[in-house]
Design a protein around this ligand. Structure first.
Ligand code: URA
Length: 214
């Protein structure tokens, strides 16, 4: 069962690495499917690969990644024990914001990853992943406030890069991260008592077919 899940995650990653569905593939060095445990209880979702991620094909390996590692250490979590991915799997040129069409094109990949991992806690890093679960939410107002739905907690956090740019946010970010273990424990108990996330429409949809221009 765990092996099946791991294989299915590998198959999604292989599809992502070969994806040509949006223009981001034209400028990427490597696609970045995500990394970590296929059976993680916690899934972190960032925005999109940056320079170093694009070179290495791994998420959060630049300065933001170093800070994310520090945050994980705060709560005694190893990177291998969680899964880390992004809303778009290829680097937007010059680290510009991902376009709505790019997020929409990449969504089925993220949906499949979420369905396979079935995490107890989803942590959003920054506004693009936050918008998936908290449409219209303002990070300055909702950061660190979990939304609990059907046995899964969604926790909006600042993006690590935003905290690096504005060190005043460090204590806030660290307080938000320090809540994760107790939220996770709460979710374990709720899940054991029987609440399950719904098979949400579209979350298990296959990736869109490549459209021919001719
Ligand atoms: N920022 C992100 O949002 N994701 C990464 O993988 C790296 C930096």
């Amino acid at each position: 069962m765990a092996d099946d899940r791991h294989e299915a995650m590998q198959a999604v990653a292989a599809e992502i690495r070969g994806c040509t569905l949006c223009d981001l593939h034209l400028s990427r060095t490597k696609a970045v499917p995500g990394a970590g445990s296929s059976s993680a209880d916690i899934l972190f979702i960032g925005e999109g690969p940056g320079f170093h991620e694009d070179r290495q094909g791994l998420p959060f390996v630049g300065r933001s990644g170093d800070y994310l590692n520090d945050l994980l250490k705060l709560i005694h979590l190893d990177r291998d024990a969680v899964f880390i991915t992004n809303v778009v799997k290829c680097r937007p040129p010059e680290n510009r914001d991902p376009l709505p069409v790019e997020i929409a094109t990449c969504k089925p990949y993220l949906d499949q990853q979420i369905n396979l991992i079935d995490p107890l806690v989803i942590v959003t890093l920054g506004r693009f992943s936050m918008a998936r679960y908290f449409p219209g939410g303002k990070i300055t107002q909702i950061h660190g406030k979990p939304k609990i739905e059907n046995g899964r907690a969604y926790i909006p956090l600042f993006h690590p890069a935003a905290v690096l740019r504005n060190p005043d946010l460090r204590p806030v970010m660290e307080a938000d991260v320090n809540q994760i273990p107790s939220i996770l424990e709460d979710m374990r108990q709720k899940r054991a008592a029987g609440s399950k996330p719904p098979e949400s429409a579209g979350d298990d949809a296959p990736p869109p077919q490549q459209l021919s221009l001719f």
